[in-house]
Design a protein around this ligand. Structure first.
Ligand code: SF4
Length: 424
């Protein structure tokens, strides 16, 4: 639980800057800059340090500073006038997303997240065939074989190995854990065990991961394969991997859909999910889809429990209407199917709205700079730094409480939406 260690120094601070939501950071708030002084990673150190309290806090209309009330009124005019408003980005906490769902329902908007291209690969696979997933706590305590498909993990989730694989506090010994990477050109350094054991690397083009998964399923089912290579990988290597997976007592197959940068990645995800299901006929094996950056898991959780549907849901017909193809924000903007954009990014100042000619309102982290100034820009507080709140971790099961670490003049996303709603 976050606590004040000494004046200006917080301990056990949850970090909102990637889906792991590590909850053990020590953060100093003694200067105008925040500093991670223990248990940080390059990503969190940079993100906390970038939250200087000296950044401008005034809302702007057409580049001119205005009051929050006037900015909210201008945003309300834009949203009210629109026939098909779009609420996208969605980088916010639970309270912010709840407020966005309420206003989406009121103005008939579509909601979609900035990470939805990758996020939806997981959602579509889950909807189509189901999956068997695990939690980070289970991984930390039980995994004996970790197979990673197409990602180095640490680029997007820097402390994954430190906290969940090479941790010393596992319930069931972590000394003999084994790591296998499927992919080519990955940085596999983090997969080296503390005792120097190197990970196994099966070099393959990740666009062919479905073929690899299909071959492993054949081998696990005991079928004979009349070829000597699959997607360029010698069959003997896959035979060895299939055996290791079958012999694992608690195997985990992890991937980050954000690294599946090819068409129909949902089919690749589905093939991995089916492989895990097959393995469970003989042993215990789980999937670990890694995500949660910029609040994508949080946005999807809130959208699902409030509307009954995942992201890419619209409210224009007077009831929730889920359409994963039509309600893709980027497509709607490109095809001129939206006539106003409300963009939310309270964690990352670099995640600015896509280039568009439609009237745009941005609720963004302070210090954002734009290629094209939005019609209305309202700097907002960052959850877990400027105000308390909750975010969901990558494994969907834990909503971490975030604590306010400093006084801030910035309003939360939920507060700004309440102001806009008053003006509608
Ligand atoms: S790994 Fe992620 S959650 Fe953990 S400290 Fe780094 S950015 Fe924050």
């Amino acid at each position: 639980m976050t606590q004040l260690l000494s004046p200006g120094v917080w301990d056990e601070v949850p970090c909102p800057f990637c889906g792991l939501a590590c909850d053990d950071l020590r953060v100093s708030t003694q200067s105008s800059k925040l500093e991670v002084i223990a248990n940080g990673c390059p990503m969190s150190c940079k993100a906390f340090a970038g939250l200087s309290s000296s950044k401008p806090t005034a809302p702007r209309i057409a580049e001119k500073n205005v009051s929050l009330k006037n900015a909210a009124a201008a945003a309300a005019v834009i949203l009210k006038k629109a026939k098909q408003p779009l609420i996208a980005g969605l980088g916010t906490d639970v309270a912010g997303m709840r407020a966005l769902m309420q206003i989406a329902d009121r103005i008939g908007a579509v909601v979609d997240h900035m990470n939805s291209v990758s996020f939806m690969s997981n959602v579509l696979a889950l909807q189509d065939g189901g999956w068997l997933t695990t939690t980070l706590s289970e991984v930390r305590n039980r995994v004996d074989l970790l197979v990673i498909a197409g990602t180095d993990v640490v680029t997007r989730f820097p402390r994954f190995f430190e906290r969940y694989i090479w941790n010393r506090d596992a319930l069931f010994g972590s000394n003999a854990r084994e790591v296998v990477y499927l992919g080519r050109g990955l940085d596999t350094q983090a997969g080296t065990a503390p005792d120097g054991r190197k990970p196994t690397v099966i070099a393959c083009d990740i666009t062919h991961i479905s073929e690899i998964a299909g071959a492993l399923r054949c081998l696990i089912a005991g079928r004979h394969m009349q070829i000597d290579r699959v997607a360029g990988v010698p069959l003997s290597e896959l035979q060895q991997l299939a055996k290791r997976m079958q012999n694992a007592r608690y195997g985990v197959l992890a991937w980050s859909a954000a690294d599946f940068d090819f068409k129909h990645a949902e089919l690749a995800v589905q093939s991995l999910c089916e492989l895990v299901k097959d393995l469970n006929r003989g042993t215990r094996f789980s999937s670990l889809p890694l995500g949660g950056n910029e609040g994508d898991v949080t946005a999807n959780q809130v959208c699902s429990w409030q509307s009954g549907f995942p992201l890419r849901t619209g409210f224009g017909s007077g009831h929730p209407d889920y359409d994963p193809r039509h309600f893709f924000a980027q497509r709607m903007l490109q095809q001129n199917e939206a006539d106003a954009l409300l963009w939310i990014s309270s964690f990352n100042e670099k995640r600015t709205p896509p280039e568009t000619a439609v009237p745009t309102v941005v609720l963004g982290r302070s210090g954002m700079s734009f290629n094209r100034e939005p019609d209305v820009y309202i700097p907002v507080a960052t959850p877990g730094i400027d105000h308390s709140g909750h975010i969901y971790r990558t494994d969907n099961v834990v909503a971490l409480p975030l604590r306010k670490l400093r006084e801030s003049a910035l309003p939360s996303v939920a507060q700004v939406i309440a102001e806009i709603e008053k003006a509608l």
